[in-house]
Ligand binder design. Sequence first.
Ligand code: ATP
Ligand code: MG
Length: 647
Amino acid sequence: MSDDFFPVPSQWAAEALLDREGRAADYARSIEDADAYWLERARRLDWITPPTKADESSFNEADFGVKWFADGALNVSANCIDRHLATRGDQVAIIWEPDSPEAQVRRYTYKQVHEEVCRLANVLKDAGARKGDRITIYMPMIPEAAFALLACARIGAIHSVVFGGFSPEALAGRLVDCDSTIVITADEGRRAGKTVPLKANVDAALAEAPCVRKVVVVRATGGDIRMKDGRDIWLHEAAARVSPDCPPEPMNAEDPLFILYTSGSTGKPKGVLHTSGGYLLWASLTHELCFDYRPGDIWWCAADIGWVTGHSYIVYGPLANGATTLMYEGVPNWPTPARIWEVVDKHQVNTIFTAPTALRALMKEGDDHVRSTSRASLRVLGTVGEPINPEAWRWYHHVVGEDRCPIIDTWWQTETGGAMIAPMPGATDLKPGSATLPMPGVIPQILDGDGAVQEGAAEGNLVIAGSWPGQMRTVWGDHDRFFQTYFTTFPGKYTTGDGARRDADGYYWITGRVDDVINVSGHRMGTAEVESALVLHESVAEAAVVGFPHDIKGQGIYAYVTLNANEEPSDDLRKDLVKWVRTEIGPIATPDAIQFAPGLPKTRSGKIMRRILRKIAEGEVSAQALGDVSTLADPSVVDNLVANRQG
Ligand code: ATP
Ligand code: MG
């Protein structure tokens, strides 16, 4: 099975930060000599007071808590900006690529970022912000969004970023949940040639969120908006009046840095809280190791800043490492499906980090849009967000990377702060569809339904047996929900909610959410497996599979299938797909129903909301049954799915 295995290219092994033996030795030390290992790793940050203790966490009810470097003090924004000023003050920190290819690129050096962040921080202080206050950031993908995160970190305010695409209701809910007093927004956003009325949405949301006292507004498009006297502040006016310097607030390592609501794939979003020291260390270390980041690299994480990936890998990780990070305002396939690769060429990007959903969307438009670009600058290709089906993996590797660039499939969660299971370019042989091996200090285990630890090759519930620096500390305002959600299913362990398989080489394969496992006539099956088989078919662009109650089999398989551009749905194709899955996996995986779906319900971060698909398959389509849909990118796809339900 040679094409299922991609050994580390010899040149990579020779030049990488860690080679195979290096990674194994580093991992072993991180487990066996954890305290010394982490205190040493912590030195990659600049501390005001260096920590003398590393992990003091417990997952047990009696002394429950997650705590790292608790006697250390630092400031996150100083780590991302100030400490680079002497050595690389004139290096570009942020490249901003606008939505329209014709619009003007902006570049900010570390010195310029320093001034922008200090001014914004002073504006926030003048608006009454104090250490520990919550500030909500509702912004388009413009540099000011990054400045906003860093300005909050600078003064010790806790930021909560809400996707610029969310509705006023969704925004209001999150404002109230964390009792935000200030909102930072823009007049309008731009995405794929359209404008998004951000300020108007804020105005509407504030009717339901009396906690907010001030709104700081960035002029982005110059669109016509209403400013409310005494409440709304134009950033460009206020920034001109304040000092360009703002000393960073000393923070304890365990002081909160931000709240971020999860994507809401499995239920009501949780307000995940991350703190300062451990989180920054984790973002910075994983950014370096997973992507073999080198000074001078041009780094592009193509996520939105409203997603944890944007926090850790557009802003905190890369800037802590002194990188040049590219921020892109638009979407990968506008104005054409070549746009993403054209941006790579334009800025000579070395590493790109995106999501399987984006890759599948690009793949279905054909290879010409890729081949029309050079991509010669690319060294490493990253992915995150969902299991990447081997078909998309191979396309990414072969067509985009021309067999030259390692694919870094990173498994992690909002809760984990950064990558947990992932390859390293020079150290890890690759298998398409596997996130491979744990990062330093991460102890994954596979448990059966009774919580028994499975050894060797096994499949079951993925848990993490101990803490790691980037772990979330609580659910905002509901510490008990934190404990109940993650530490009671399997006492003493962190329950990820994901299922995984470990193969004979110790590689991990994420099989999807545990809740999504289907049990057909006593056979347990991950939805990812059936989906991967469907996507292998030449007519299929994307597939989502769920179980539904079945009289004989217990559960039947219901597949939603999006066809490639130019493909027409037909009964023949439906039969062909059923036969296809039978041959690819076996008769046990035969879909009972296939529904052609022009669009699937996805979160803003691009994840398929299977809980909605499950309800539709079960025929429960009331708004109450469908649950929280506030995080859907396009709620209208649900109506189409309901109307075309099968059976
Ligand atoms: P919620 O927790 O509100 O239901 P969510 O789990 O979708 O939403 P995120 O934290 O954004 O919110 O997503 C984390 C999940 O994404 C993981 O638990 C996993 O199911 C999936 N995931 C992320 N990266 C990968 C990957 N590389 N391979 C497989 N699955 C992944
Ligand atoms: Mg989750």
